[in-house]
Design a protein around this ligand. Structure first.
Ligand code: CP
Ligand code: NVA
Length: 328
């Protein structure tokens, strides 16, 4: 049978998404308590996970390598100058060859079609480690972080008990936002997005985000605006990311001008009327223009637990897609 791949959170049923998050939480707890179950250390013994990265990475690389190691496997890092990824050889040939020798490919690419093409021709699961459109491992870690910061009184097994929370995204509409928004809709969390005119969510992506509500009894709502204060009103969590994603370096000056006024500061949160106990999240790497130090390094900031949670997200995704063959 064809392997199951993780391209985007949109590939997952809400119950599958929440079980990936819950498993990440369970693994984190068990390992921290010194009680790693045997399966955590032996389930990938003798197996190699190819990590094909055509862009830089700190968190995704370290968390994936560490997660494969924890599961007893061998992470093989293949940077853009190491292999012929879309250069000098077709993605078809690369995918057939690498998947014939490994148990999983984790790939960071530019155009989403690159990782989709790898998946299409692979005999093993492919996990998207960031494409221009999606960042599913980040979203699993982000929901683990939200789940920890807002423990639910409602022990719903189907979801994560986060219904009614509001996330405000202030900044660029990018890959990290798209999967986060899909996760929010599926988990019943409202998400308000404030981006400057011309930097909003493209129509086709908006359709995909809205379709995440299909079959969900109380889906989260998507709200779009160009006014940061409007998005922030009553928000529990304020989130942003870089204004200049990898591959957009030549637009730096234009983007810095367009995003003036979108920096997350305590004053902006106050003017916008965020909830009293609001928290801050950012996938990192971070630059001061999108969020001031007073927020980024404050007790409200969840950014370092969020980064650590990438490890537990990677463990959970590898268990789900590689060890358990997509039975989530
Ligand atoms: N958040 C994230 O994916 O970081 P890296 O680019 O450092 O992997
Ligand atoms: N939006 C950023 C995320 C990096 C983790 C980028 O694509 O560069």
């Amino acid at each position: 049978p064809a392997p199951r791949h993780l391209m985007s959170i949109s590939d997952l049923q809400p119950s599958e998404f929440s079980s990936l998050v819950r498993n990440a939480a369970a693994r984190k707890q068990a390992v921290k308590a010194g009680q790693a179950p045997v399966s955590l250390t032996t389930s990938l013994t003798g197996q190699t996970v190819a990590m094909m990265f055509s862009k830089r990475s700190t968190r995704t690389r370290v968390s994936t390598e560490a997660a494969v190691t924890m599961l007893g496997g061998h992470p093989m890092f293949l940077g853009k100058d190491d292999i012929q990824l879309g250069v000098n050889e077709s993605l078809y040939d690369t995918s057939v060859v690498i998947s014939s020798m490994t148990s999983c490919m984790v790939a960071r690419v530019g155009p989403h079609s690159d990782v989709a093409n790898l998946a299409k021709h692979s005999s093993v699961p492919v996990i998207n480690a960031l494409s221009d459109d999606f960042h599913p491992l980040q979203t699993i870690a982000d929901f683990l972080t939200i789940h920890e910061a807002f423990p639910s009184s409602k022990g719903s097994n189907a979801g994560l008990g986060l219904n009614g929370l509001k996330v405000a995204w202030v900044g660029d509409s990018n890959n990290v936002l798209f999967d986060l928004a899909i996760g929010c809709v599926k988990m019943g969390v409202d998400i308000a997005v404030a981006s400057p005119k011309g930097y909003g969510i493209p129509d086709s992506m908006k359709q995909l985000i809205l379709s995440a509500a299909d079959g969900v009894s109380s889906p989260g709502k998507l709200i779009e605006t160009t006014v940061p204060e409007e998005a922030i009103k009553n928000a529990d969590v304020l989130v942003t990311d870089t204004w200049i994603s990898m591959g957009q370096e030549s637009e730096k000056k234009k983007r810095l001008d367009a995003f003036a006024g979108y920096q997350i500061t305590n004053d902006l949160a106050k003017r916008g009327g965020a909830k009293e106990g609001w928290k801050f999240m950012h996938c990192l790497p971070r630059h001061p223009e999108e969020v001031a130090d007073e927020v980024f390094y404050s007790p409200r900031s969840l950014v370092f637990p969020e980064a650590e949670n990438r490890l537990w997200a990677a463990v959970s995704a590898l268990e789900g897609f590689v060890v358990n063959k997509g039975q989530l």
